[in-house]
Write a protein of this length. Structure first.
Length: 80
């Protein structure tokens, strides 16, 4: 363990009051999508981020402007 910190495994470390104060209880929502073939559930923003990574990797002749636009969308994906 790093820095002489004890390891804890449990389902909840953050008190509800902290989550309420930070706005996570009232405003926090993650859109989820389910793969119809595998049944796997993923956060929509993570799926978009992965798609953009794959698209950039598979398109080596992509213009720098298009790549920059996709990277901007990727950085902002978790805000929607």
């Amino acid at each position: 363990l790093e820095e002489n910190m004890p390891e804890m495994e449990c389902t909840n470390l953050t008190p509800k009051a902290v989550l309420q104060t930070s706005g996570h209880v009232e405003k926090f929502t993650d859109q989820m999508v389910k793969d119809q073939e595998t049944g796997e559930c993923k956060r929509a923003d993570h799926m978009l981020e992965d798609f953009i990574d794959d698209l950039i990797e598979k398109t080596p002749n992509m213009s720098s402007e298009e790549k920059d636009e996709l990277l901007l969308i990727q950085r902002q994906a978790d805000a929607f």
